[in-house]
Design a protein around this ligand. Structure first.
Ligand code: GRG
Length: 295
């Protein structure tokens, strides 16, 4: 069960993130792509990446409004990646967050263009005057998120995820692929805090690597949920990875060994976070949620 404190925090952050995003997109309803963009963006996501930004930012005493804006930009990219992930040429899924995936609700070209527009909206949000940070910091944030999403990050991870289907892939390669596909965006969630606080290169790298490990744990648990989760609870089809011959640790090692690996990884992450003392309790709650989650 989720602790009530954690679920309250998560829904508070989700609400604030959604309110910020609604303020931006509700003003733009006259543009026809806004409808599919909003469909994919406001379809009931947990906003867990926003929660990672807010809880990491809390450790360093960063203003909540700044954290919500950064989280909003990240959630645009996350929703974009899900829209494209569901496309027929990628994972070809009809269900997402308990609803028709965007290309099923609209059509394929609309989902591609709405997804692309959510990506560019993230850059718009990070460069906006509402984000009360210096141009130098905004520039570094945009540069870092760009690298997380492209050929060094999400896009590369997705490329290998699709390329590895029905092949025997080593655990090391699976982990590298998942660190790129899912970990790198989490890496940015934590690294962004180091950028805002103007920390040393070493400290920023520590935060980025911490986020990547959190993202890897999140992905491994996602694969465990795919293996044994309930479609109604998860909001998307389950048991797809085996059918598609996906290169996952669960498909390679089985459920029990993968769960054991995930628990070890969780301990490793917690040891890193604990060094931040009392202020890290919200981030520790987020990490705890990852292994407990059923959706
Ligand atoms: C360059 C951004 C970009 C995308 C193109 C399609 C693609 C490349 C990458 C896909 C990456 C992907 C789908 C990773 C899966 C990550 C994952 C575990 C998603 C589920 O996240 P949750 O549970 O979802 O946070 P909700 O619905 O709660 O938001």
């Amino acid at each position: 069960m989720l602790t009530s404190k954690f679920s309250q925090n998560l829904s508070k952050t989700a609400k604030k993130t959604d309110n910020y995003l609604k303020k931006i997109f509700n003003k733009k309803n006259s543009y026809l792509l806004i409808k599919p963009m909003k469909y994919g963006l406001f379809s009931g996501g947990k906003r867990f990446r926003s929660a990672i930004v807010v809880s990491t930012g809390k450790i360093f005493g960063i203003n909540n409004k700044i954290l919500i804006i950064i989280g909003a930009a990240i959630e645009c990219i996350h929703s974009y990646s899900l829209m494209h992930d569901d496309l027929p040429s990628m994972d070809n899924d009809s269900l997402r967050r308990g609803k028709l995936s965007t290309h099923k609700k609209f059509n394929e070209f609309t989902a591609i263009l709405a997804g692309n527009s959510l990506l560019t909206s993230a850059f718009d949000i990070l460069s906006s005057r509402h984000l009360n940070l210096s141009s130098k910091i905004k520039n570094e944030l945009i540069q870092s998120i760009s690298m997380c999403c492209g050929y060094e990050g999400l896009a590369s991870g997705q490329y290998f995820d699709l390329t590895y289907e029905h092949k025997k892939i080593s655990p090391k390669k699976i982990i590298n692929m998942q660190e790129d596909k899912t970990g790198k965006l989490f890496g940015f969630c934590c690294e962004s805090i180091g950028i805002i606080k103007n920390l040393s290169i070493k400290e920023k790298k520590f935060l980025k690597d911490l986020g990547i490990q959190i993202g890897l744990l999140f992905q491994i648990v996602d694969d465990l949920i795919d293996y044994c989760g309930d479609k109604k609870v998860v909001g998307k089809s389950t048991k797809k990875d085996a059918a598609k011959g996906k290169a996952t640790l669960v498909n390679l090692w089985g459920y029990d060994k993968s769960l054991k690996y995930a628990k070890k990884l969780k301990n490793k992450i917690e040891k890193k976070v604990i060094k931040y003392g009392d202020k890290s309790s919200d981030l520790l709650d987020c990490i705890d949620f990852i292994l407990k989650r059923k959706f």
